[in-house]
Write a protein that binds this ligand. Structure first.
Ligand SMILES: *[C@@H]1O[C@H](CO)[C@@H](O)[C@H](O)[C@H]1NC(C)=O
Ligand SMILES: *[C@@H]1O[C@H](CO)[C@@H](O)[C@H](O)[C@H]1NC(C)=O
Ligand SMILES: *[C@@H]1O[C@H](CO)[C@@H](O)[C@H](O)[C@H]1NC(C)=O
Length: 331
């Protein structure tokens, strides 16, 4: 694994200052035109799903990452952000980390079993983890969940699609971390292009998605953006999270080489197992429908009609064969 160290760089970042100190006292000048890398400053409520995290380890070292809200009690992040950490301080409902709408702490995170927590400094596939908030978030304009990409589209080729990445990561390779959240457009690249960019590394799995610059070659995620969201406007017009920020090329953030994200649509069985919540959904799930009354026809005997009032967000299994329960399966 060490052979890959020069090729990949993880996107968590050490916070050099004591917790709570103003980040603006980093020595580097913020580049007026460089956000995330070469993105733009987010406005309040523009990305209400994005969380800031500070993770504290056993010796008091603090690192920074992002995460997303997927439910009032659950967040999604990168496993390398939380692996080996003792405590996680989460800020929600703000673009400005020194002025959080809500700040709270949790020690409860669950990383994917295929991620090896013994090697959090080595880039790995399946770099995904859940955060249990240990409280129930109240949603408002500034705090909202994001919809996770569905399993049906988990391997969809987003080559050329416009995507949005968000975070408080460095605004240049080796540069400073901003106080204000930044966002950037990226363009999806095909799996083949990504494999080629990373020299057919086994890090690039079907569960990896890569995205490169939009219209300025330096546009990218960077250290501190890990765990944050990569989103698209989905076919139905709703924003879906298609990536969890994980790594960039070892040659730096601002290069034209694509950045790497984990596709969250690959892990629905695991979310269900851990949270008891089915986050999967389908474009073809019938809307809570027209009710042509009629106790008619199709479902007399064996199908228990449990789906009659399910709200669309959590009912996607309902049209499967009635006896196939959602068992965990290899993917
Ligand atoms: C804690 O974090 C600091 C700063 O990142 C690091 O230098 C130190 O090795 C870490 N300690 C442990 C026990 O992981
Ligand atoms: C963030 O909030 C602090 C405290 O209100 C303020 O002093 C600072 O100027 C803000 N930073 C930005 C980048 O808006
Ligand atoms: C890149 O795209 C953004 C957003 O559409 C636009 O505001 C900006 O002017 C573009 N920059 C260049 C160099 O084309």
């Amino acid at each position: 694994m060490a052979a890959w160290r020069g090729v990949f760089a993880l996107l968590s970042v050490s916070v050099a200052l004591t917790f709570g100190s103003p980040l603006a006292s980093f020595p580097e000048h913020l580049r007026a035109d460089s956000r995330i890398v070469s993105g733009w400053e987010a406005e309040e409520a523009q990305f209400p799903y994005q969380l800031s995290m500070r993770m504290v380890n056993a010796t008091g070292g603090v690192t920074a990452c992002g995460a997303t809200i997927i439910h009032s009690e659950w967040g999604l992040t990168a496993a390398h952000c939380t692996a080996g950490r003792i405590s996680i301080v989460i800020r929600a409902g703000t673009v400005n980390v020194t002025r959080p709408g809500l700040i709270f702490e949790t020690t409860n995170y669950i990383n994917h079993p295929w991620y090896n927590e013994d090697f959090p400094t080595v880039v790995q596939p399946h770099d995904i983890g859940l955060l249990k908030f240990e409280r129930v978030l109240k949603f408002n304009n500034f705090i909202q969940p994001i919809r996770i990409h569905n399993s049906a589209d988990k391997n969809r080729n987003y080559e050329g699609h416009v995507m949005t990445a968000t975070g408080w990561g460095r605004t240049w390779t080796g540069g400073s971390s901003p106080e204000n959240m930044n966002w950037v457009y990226l363009l999806g690249v095909s799996h083949e292009t990504c494999l080629e960019a990373f020299r057919w590394s086994p890090i690039i799995q079907p569960s990896t998605i890569c995205a490169a610059y939009f219209n300025v070659t330096s546009q990218s995620t960077c250290q501190g953006d890990s765990g944050g969201g990569l989103t698209v406007v989905d076919d139905d017009g709703v924003i879906s999270q298609v990536g969890v920020s994980s790594f960039v090329s070892g040659s730096g953030c601002h290069t034209p080489i694509p950045a790497g994200f984990v596709r969250p649509g690959h892990y629905h069985e695991w979310y269900l197992e851990v949270t008891g919540i089915n986050f999967d959904w389908s474009h073809t799930t019938p809307e809570p429908e027209t009710e042509p009354d009629s106790e008619s026809s199709e479902s007399d005997s064996e199908s228990e009609s449990d789906s009659s009032e399910s709200d669309s967000s959590e009912s996607s299994e309902s049209e499967e064969d009635p006896e196939s329960k959602p068992e965990p399966e290899a993917f």
